[in-house]
Ligand binder design. Structure first.
Ligand SMILES: *Cc1c(COP(=O)(O)O)cnc(C)c1O
Length: 365
């Protein structure tokens, strides 16, 4: 088949909104201080590794996994404090759960609404699932603009609203009363995305059953298990029973189930690293604010810090850091409110020191 007839077929059959998308870009792994992706910087401790490998060795790879992931769900209920009477569903990362929620409500004219700047996947997955996507700009200091949000709810009648609590890439937790009013006023579902729950002071999980349209989503990615791909969605059984029809039967593979079970048995380890990250976040925020050329560091309830450098510097600083072996995220250009902004994940103390040193150099270069 010729080049041109193939590209004509691609044009003819691929949905235009997919043609228009750019695939989510992840930089290839490199030998750098990696502070770009909100990973927990602490690897699994060596002392536990052989016990974990033993647990994996007992997995029968010739068999399908437990389709209901019964043991893992039970452990997650306890570990996360899922309220009695609420149902939960697991996903291959919370990204898969966002896709399933969208597929549940997608159709002509159905809208996904979210404040911006926000999590990049909300838009990508909305378009993937054939939905219209609408953003409402955040206000000063990245707080929800309540009047604008409520007006957008009336105007767009969204099938689903995503609220990241705390928000990525800004790091702040939105005002709780404003979120509550949005849940009340929303005509459809509201998903409160608590990817950073472990680093935050507050949660909607205990109240998930108190609103007819609320779902709470979490993930183990940011607390130390990003490699597993495991997210959870919690809500009333009436919603979860419908979602369960869309979930592909074996979406959580046997090795992920065994590894997550093992990790939750040893969760003191994860809890300790989370506590260390919170302490280190405070130190890093203070140090960052004193670096010449850093004009603003926003308060964070997540495992990263968003900061602004002098006008026009962000891209050069990002590249300068990379040249010095430190990878962070350049937010400049991703949204008007993020001009001159960068985002750094809280690393190990030594990594943070290297980052601060490289940043100081890059800003004075
Ligand atoms: C990282 C992140 C996720 C993605 O979590 P996975 O479980 O790794 O897919 C979801 N929501 C927000 C706001 C995030 O920052």
């Amino acid at each position: 088949m010729s080049e041109s007839s193939r590209s004509a077929l691609v044009d003819a059959w691929v949905r235009p909104e997919v043609r228009a998308l750019k695939a989510y870009h992840v930089p290839p792994p490199a030998d750098v201080v990696k502070l770009d992706a909100m990973e927990n910087p602490w690897p699994w401790p060596g002392a536990l590794t052989s016990a974990w490998q033993q647990a994996l060795a007992e997995v029968a790879l010739n068999r399908y996994p437990d389709a209901g992931a019964t043991e893992l769900k039970q452990r997650l209920r306890k570990a996360m404090g899922v309220p009695e009477g609420a149902e939960l569903m697991l996903g291959n990362g919370s990204d898969e759960l966002i896709l399933l929620v969208n597929l549940l409500v997608a159709g002509p004219g159905r809208v996904v609404l979210t404040p911006a700047p926000g999590f990049a996947m909300y838009r990508i997955i909305a378009l993937n699932s054939g939905m219209a996507y609408r953003e409402v700009p955040l206000g000063e200091d990245f707080e929800l603009d309540e009047a604008a949000m409520l007006a957008a709810l009336r105007d767009a009648q969204p099938a689903v609203v995503y609220l990241a609590y705390p928000n990525n890439p800004t790091g702040n937790a939105f005002n709780r009363e404003t979120i509550t009013r949005i849940i009340h006023e929303a005509p459809g579902l509201v998903v409160v995305d608590e990817a950073y729950y472990a680093f935050a002071r507050d949660s909607f999980l205990p109240e998930v059953l108190e609103y007819p349209n609320l779902l709470v989503m979490r993930t183990v990615s940011k607390v130390g298990l990003a490699g597993l791909r495991l997210g959870l969605l919690v809500g009333h059984p009436d919603w979860l029973a419908e979602l369960e029809k869309l979930r592909l039967p074996y979406n959580i593979n046997a090795l992920t189930q065994a590894s997550a079970n093992f990790a939750l048995e040893h969760r003191a380890q994860l809890d300790k690293s989370v506590a260390d990250i919170i302490t280190e976040r405070g130190r890093l925020a203070e140090a960052l604010a004193t670096v010449p050329g850093v004009v603003r560091v926003w308060p964070s309830e997540a495992n990263f810090l968003t900061f602004r450098v002098s006008p026009g510097q962000a891209t050069a600083v990002h590249q300068g850091l990379q040249g010095r072996g430190v990878l962070i995220k350049n937010l400049h250009g991703s949204h008007p409110q993020l001009s001159d902004c960068l985002r750094v994940t809280v690393g190990q103390p030594g990594e943070n020191a290297r980052f601060l040193e490289a940043l100081t150099d890059a800003l004075s270069a």
